[in-house]
Design a protein around this ligand. Structure first.
Ligand SMILES: Nc1ncnc2c1ncn2[C@@H]1O[C@H](COP(=O)(O)OP(=O)(O)OP(=O)(O)O)[C@@H](O)[C@H]1O
Ligand SMILES: [Mg+2]
Length: 286
């Protein structure tokens, strides 16, 4: 693996997969938060350039370009059908773009990696509907999320080492479910299930987290707690959050990208994009 690969260079799938699990870590941000093999020496964790995706001739993404920095908390807003979820599908390998490039760090070409390779390389995705194991306890859900390819039974029968127990305990605190560790996940509120699923992603220690409408259906109180959680994660992780809830976006306080018809319409602080006449016309003024 060349140490100075250039963004835009072709990385064969096999090389990209190898790079996801090996290689030297070490940049100015400190090794604590570095996934081995992820080169973020230019402080960019996600690089999308001129991505286009068509469905039956309809351009869901139309030369979309977007860059997310290491540790950034980026919010994506835009009207229904703007391409927000399709963008996440491209980043996670679910949808292949017709053209354009998508890189994770400097060297991992997402358009040439499979969905499992991308997840293993350190991109975690939260879908809108919570998908926790309802019969299992909150603790067991986190344990299962940590197991990777092992079967659920093998995981539950195996003894956890102390480092794994510490990681689960820290994650329970972080998602405010420490008091509920032994409860079946099925008994949690909708908001608590969402937090548990976020915990199940966090336990895999992703570098980049993609969250599609994470506070939909939450109470105001749960929404506020979720903003606090995301703010506590930024820096350590990079987050890309798609939401329609403007109060929530305001509480996160990060840079906002407005998508419209598959491309970036505006980008900047929330108050600046909210004052942009083009944004008001296509989205906020409706
Ligand atoms: N698999 C697919 N096949 C055909 N059309 C699709 C597919 N996925 C998305 N689309 C279309 O692409 C466009 C963008 O959809 P997308 O789901 O990315 O929008 P969105 O910004 O996430 O909207 P919302 O805010 O409603 O979630 C829509 O017109 C949608 O109907
Ligand atoms: Mg969507």
């Amino acid at each position: 693996m060349p140490s100075e690969s250039i963004v835009g260079s072709a990385v064969p799938a096999t090389t990209a997969a190898t790079a996801a699990t090996s290689g030297a870590a070490g940049d100015a941000l400190g090794s604590r938060m570095l996934q081995p093999g992820l080169d973020t020496s230019h402080h960019v964790v996600l690089y999308l350039d001129a991505i286009s995706v068509s469905f039956d001739g309809f351009k869901a993404l139309n030369a979309l370009s977007l860059t997310v920095d290491v540790g950034e908390l980026r919010c994506i807003i835009g009207p229904n059908g703007a391409g927000k979820t399709t963008m996440m599908d491209v980043i996670t390998g679910k949808t292949r773009p017709d053209s354009g490039s998508a890189f994770f760090g400097q060297t991992l070409d997402l358009t040439r990696m499979s969905e499992p390779q991308i997840a293993t390389a350190g991109i975690g995705r939260k879908f809108q509907k919570p998908t926790v194991f309802e019969q299992h306890s909150v603790f067991e859900n986190l344990e299962l999320a940590m197991s990777g390819p092992r079967s659920p039974w093998a995981t539950l029968l195996a003894r956890l080492d102390s480092a794994s127990r510490d990681l689960i305990a820290a994650t329970l605190e972080r998602i405010r479910l420490a008091r509920h560790a032994d409860r079946p996940a099925g008994l949690l509120s909708h908001g608590q299930k969402q937090w548990l699923e976020i915990g199940m992603l966090l336990i895999q220690q992703p570098r980049l987290l993609l969250l599609d409408e994470p506070v939909a259906g939450m109470t105001d109180e749960e929404t506020e707690r979720t903003a606090e959680l995301f703010l506590s994660l930024a820096g350590e992780h990079s987050l890309v959050v798609v939401e329609h809830d403007m109060a929530f976006i305001g509480a996160l306080g990060g840079k906002v990208t407005v998508l419209h018809e598959g491309a970036v319409l505006a980008e900047g602080a929330l108050d600046a994009v909210q004052a942009d006449p083009r944004v008001i016309e296509v989205y906020l003024g409706r």
